[in-house]
Design a protein around this ligand. Sequence first.
Ligand SMILES: [Zn+2]
Length: 406
Amino acid sequence: MVRAVKLSAGSDLRETSRSQVVAVIRAAGQIARIDIAQATGVSPATVTAITAELIRAGLVEEVSPDSSQAAGRGRPRVALRVRGPAHILAGIKVSSATISTILIDFDGTTLSEHESPLPEARMSPEALTRQIVDTLREAAAETGREIGDLSGLGVGISGVVDVPEGLVHWSPSLDRRNVALRDQLEVALPMPVFLDNDANSVAKAEQLFGEGRGVRDFLVVTIEHGVGMGIVIDGQVYRGTRGCGAEFGHIKVHLDGALCRCGQRGCLEAYVADYALLREAAVTHPGLRGSTPEERLDALFGAARSGERTALSILERASRMFAMGLANLVNIFDPGLIIVSGERMSHDFLYSDEVIAMMKTQVLQVDAPPPEVRIHKWGDMMWAKGAAAYAMEGVTELAVRRLNDA
Ligand SMILES: [Zn+2]
């Protein structure tokens, strides 16, 4: 069984530099050695040595200079790019009703997307493992491949995940606590598995493919059924010590406030999550139409849009709480950028111009503009792509480690 590495822990300097070099080349698309040296702070001589190793290992290749460059003055610079076919990575996002799977190659190009239904929202670890293996087999078969052709799998799951240990302390998708899910998956699959909290997968996707490209410090706030968060500091996803950092939904916004699903009171989620909105609506709108929570939410949004006063007051309170939560984040992290990300178009009241303006009045006022807020709507497939990106990093580190051992 291949052991997943503890990413960026215990790596020696050369190893870290190799990973950095690959990351810079991938981010740039194509880049000359001298520019890699500049971007990484690694000396040009070391960059030359590292890229020679990476080329030998088949991870990176030289691109012949194009003719327009060649026609210019001086010797054209040879650029490097990541070799797409070097590895195929899979990413999976486990949602309450579906498993979304994406296959990407080593330079991040999407090869296929696959979605399969989950029979139950909450499953035993064994049943979820079987579902993931079956889904992966189907996704690989769709592109004429087998599971054995994949070099690594990233899995994003909501809940509290101890990433180095591959342990899920708690997840709404699992019927048990403290599950060694990564190990279970690695027993069932012939590849290393990289397990992460799904909000961290989004942060990774934003960093590699989205609004976070080239931004050193940023926060991603996700709006799904609850609210989540990913923290990127100095180019690294920050995961906390026990794997339960960045629980934006459970920051306290009200002393002795509304009861949260976590059992505590006054959490942000207890005011803005779907269940919180419906709990309020049950008091004022007992006849709200719809057999599912989604339908009842739609009815609530519809009532608010038509100007119905109590429906509006429910959404307005949620918005004010959300703005306060965002302001708390800014006051702690002072990020350059906040990306509000998710696919819940219907929840646009949470990131309206009014909410962002309200947030800005509550952040510490200094003689510099407040952080930029960007809204990025996307679906489950981008969460899956983030998980695949995490696997891509992990597989890169493993490949680099193998070079080291060679
Ligand atoms: Zn809570």
